[in-house]
Ligand binder design. Sequence first.
Ligand SMILES: Nc1ncnc2c1ncn2[C@@H]1O[C@H](COP(=O)(O)OP(=O)(O)OP(=O)(O)O)[C@@H](O)[C@H]1O
Length: 245
Amino acid sequence: MQQSIVPDPCTVRPVFRTAGVGKTYGSGPTAVRALDGVDLELPEGEFVVLLGPSGSGKSTLLNILGGLDRASAGRAWFRDAELTAMSERQLTRYRRNHVGFVFQFYNLVPSLTARENVDLVTDVAPDPMTAEEALTLVGLEKRLDHFPSQMSGGEQQRVAIARAIAKRPGVLLCDEPTGALDSRTGTAVLAALQDVNARFGTTTLVITHNAGIRRMAHRIVRFHDGRVAETEVSAERVRAEEITW
Ligand SMILES: Nc1ncnc2c1ncn2[C@@H]1O[C@H](COP(=O)(O)OP(=O)(O)OP(=O)(O)O)[C@@H](O)[C@H]1O
């Protein structure tokens, strides 16, 4: 068991806060209400796992918090900045300076090496790590000049994590990061995420259908029908290596 290092939530300012966030796609009889009044407060530095049935709104909320999509109702903040009041230009700057994204499919450029894939992002960031540093953090220091096709799925996902953390984001938003991986390669990916969270205090949100991953979390947020059905704060966490699926 890993001792929980999460500070008292009462004394830590939230990194994300939402008040009555709603999202409706489309209009009229075909409208889909993806989120319906989400109130949430997530303290800085936590590893948060978002669980819930398919279609319950997890990705929609993650995309709103990451500035990729806009709420249709309610308000959302990143630290003291109101995301729901930002212009497109401000949202772009917010994403570029503060948010690292990791998706199920790694979205690497096949014709670029691991190092070059990471450099794509660091070129536009204000205070980036070097690609070597970021790739070393995820255990890929021997793979700097390999192309995606020369790496396993888990290694490619770790390149994607290196790319996401190289700009030293305040938050890391991960949508099904192990969704395409088997247990062994998925574990290395989870270990990399856990390590970054512990080492840099990067608030990390992970959407998953693997309920076992909740054992790594400081906080578990369960969605149901576009709402937060339950939030649970975990007293004890396990290391990624102890999780199998
Ligand atoms: N661009 C879109 N246009 C129309 N409906 C959408 C769009 N994106 C999401 N939805 C709908 O919004 C609802 C919530 O979707 P969302 O992807 O947030 O759920 P989820 O909990 O992440 O699901 P999953 O676990 O399957 O990824 C679903 O009914 C989905 O079909």
